[in-house]
Design a protein around this ligand. Sequence first.
Ligand code: BEZ
Length: 249
Amino acid sequence: MSTRQTWDSTSYQRDTGFVSTYGSDVLSWLEPKTDERILDLGCGDGVLTKEIAEAGAHVVGVDASESFIETAKAQGLDARVVDAHDLPFDAEFDAVFSNAAMHWMLEPHKVIAGVRRSLKPGGRFVAEFGGFGNVAAIVTAMQAVGAEMGGDTSLASPWFFPTVDQYRAMLEGDGFQVEEITTFYRPTPLPTGMRSWLKVMRTPFFDQFGTRSDEALDKVEQALRPAMCDHQGQWIADYVRLRFRAVLD
Ligand code: BEZ
């Protein structure tokens, strides 16, 4: 994912540990089988790649982040640094899987075309990522603070969060038959709070304020607290998921 910001695999694991936890659910839509060849697109630190391998499949994990790929390789996985917009595979996989990564891939037509090329005839594409309205309150708060402090508000939301209709049309337009596609709200506890999430996920937005970056963080956190921090001090983010299973016609 060439557009993804630079990740530190350790802080990502610590501050967003929920990403792979929830990923086990979408794995049930993949149903990996023994000896299948599966591509894990945007595999991150490889937690789900490993689960797929443990199901008996031969899995290749790809991610644009070197830090993530190093972590995945350290677990003995076949993991490679690859830009998802430029997949180098040709009719090699029975399935392509992706969790919590495709919202970082800002040229979705290129990604879908690459997935199609990577799949064997009849192959399946199963994925979950941010759907329309994902983290809307968080983005709105960042945009408001960005405008107030004279910053670049476009840095608040660099993601692709399509509707079901929009993404179905893209898949069908590239030769996929969509078997199932759905969107749902997933209120998501943030293990280390909103501030850490903001720092990890939107470093470029806050860095633009230089010595005032803490002030920007304070303002965004304060704006969100009444709606997103519960009576026990637990922060809960407004996640919306889009999930689908499609097969090549
Ligand atoms: C997500 O998994 O939905 C997500 C992660 C980081 C930023 C925005 C959305």
